[in-house]
Ligand binder design. Structure first.
Ligand SMILES: C[S@@+](CC[C@H](N)C(=O)[O-])C[C@H]1O[C@@H](n2cnc3c(N)ncnc32)[C@H](O)[C@@H]1O
Length: 386
């Protein structure tokens, strides 16, 4: 079976964690950019990647690379590809693109020309044109065009992998699922200590922690991917991969996951989302102020993602919240590692603890940091205080 380049896209800042995931699955890393990692494999490998990756957005399988000076050259190059072998004449195709070429002012024009080349070719060979449009829930073809170099990919994910399908109720300023998975990876939490998540909002961090702790593949939650709509989709291979992933899910967690929020509505939403992800029974939910969140003995991590004034709340009002988080960490979370995820470093300073690690992420275009605080127990605690 032919091995080709596979490009896995991700949100800015997540590539180092995606790289770790790829290496642990046995895939080579050919190159790395700020928003993606290139590896190689067969089209069958893309099924496994879609099923198992937690931090990637899209798994793109390279079909062809060629040079094209303008949109007519692109049309001609695409007409040479045997699309009838990939897309059924009664199917549906969507073209997406990323274009930086002097001859192109609007990438939507590229999408239309590519779509025309694909459906015209299929009509010529099969007598019928497939449908096309903007929906990414069936076959998706991706064009990456820089100057005169063009790479053409099958987007085997279709919809972004961040759409796990469990977030039925998003609440305000929810974290993207893939970002939450990367933040948990960055914390090195491995399920051996407790996972405490005050200010849980829609529950994304707690749900992703439960999935990771159980070793439950996030792809098991979704039943639609781009590759399923390609001709020759190997349903039996997909069923085998799913069965194998299911057999690797742990029966239980040996720690507690506690998620709380001051808003009863957020807790209800988080509970419903957790139920949709099949992990509701593993998370202890409560509606309370963050400072009242139970912190059991035994250690682990406590992770908070408070508002940071960009999208809601006023920065001034939030200062006392951040100060309070520092007090909560110092007084109630000894023996734990504390994590603060925020997009406002001035507010983070109000926590009043010295961070021992600072990891950069982006959330909806806002540069954020995950700050790590060692909250020493007993006599070592003074070391962590500023
Ligand atoms: C940025 S959102 C968290 C988003 C969450 N990570 C998610 O993915 O949905 C911050 C949350 O903190 C909660 N919150 C604000 N003040 C609080 C307080 N004093 N105690 C507990 N929760 C609070 C809000 O209700 C909101 O749900």
């Amino acid at each position: 079976m032919v091995k080709n380049r596979i490009l896995i896209t991700c949100a800015k800042g997540i590539a180092p964690f995606l790289k770790e995931e790829l290496l642990s699955l046995g895939f080579p890393v050919l190159s790395e950019t700020i928003a993606g990692i290139a590896t190689e494999g067969t089209i069958d490998d893309t099924l496994r990647l879609n099923l198992l990756l937690r931090t990637g957005h899209r798994v793109l399988f390279l079909l062809e690379e060629f040079t094209a000076q303008d949109a007519d050259a692109l049309y001609r190059a695409l007409s040479e590809i045997a699309w009838e072998e990939y897309i059924a004449e009664d199917g549906y195709v969507c073209v997406t693109s990323s274009v930086e070429s002097p001859s192109i002012r609007d990438s939507r024009y590229v999408n239309v020309r590519c779509k025309d080349a694909i459906v015209d070719r299929i009509k010529e060979n099969r007598g019928r044109r497939p449908d096309s449009g903007p929906n990414q829930d069936r076959v998706v073809v991706n064009v990456y065009w820089r100057d005169d170099c063009c790479s053409l990919y099958l987007d085997t994910s279709g919809e972004s992998l961040s759409r796990r399908g469990y977030r039925k109720i998003p609440m305000t300023a929810p974290m993207q699922e893939t970002l939450a998975a990367a933040v948990i990876r960055a914390s090195r939490w491995d399920g051996s200590g407790h996972f405490i998540n005050p200010m849980c909002g829609s529950g994304t961090l707690a749900i992703e922690a439960a999935l990771a702790g159980l070793n439950k593949a996030s792809g098991l939650l979704r039943d639609n991917y781009g590759f399923m709509h390609l001709k020759g989709f190997k349903e039996s291979l997909w069923n085998d991969l799913r069965a194998q992933a299911k057999s690797q899910v742990k029966k239980a967690l040996h720690c507690r996951i506690i998620a709380t929020d001051i808003r009863r509505k957020a807790v209800e939403a988080a509970r419903k989302n957790a139920a949709a992800a099949g992990v509701e029974h593993l998370i202890e939910f409560a509606a309370c102020d963050y400072s009242e969140t139970t912190v059991p003995g035994g250690g682990g991590i406590v992770m908070v993602n408070p508002e940071y004034g960009e999208r809601m709340g006023k920065i001034k009002e939030l200062e006392s919240v951040y100060r309070g988080i520092g007090d909560y960490f110092k007084q109630k979370c000894r023996g734990y590692t504390g994590y603060l995820f925020t997009g406002n470093l001035d507010l983070a300073k109000k926590v009043g603890l010295r961070a021992q690690r600072r990891i950069a992420f982006f959330n909806g275009g806002i540069e954020c940091r995950l700050l790590e605080y060692e909250l020493y127990e007993g006599s070592r605690k003074k070391k962590s205080l500023v």
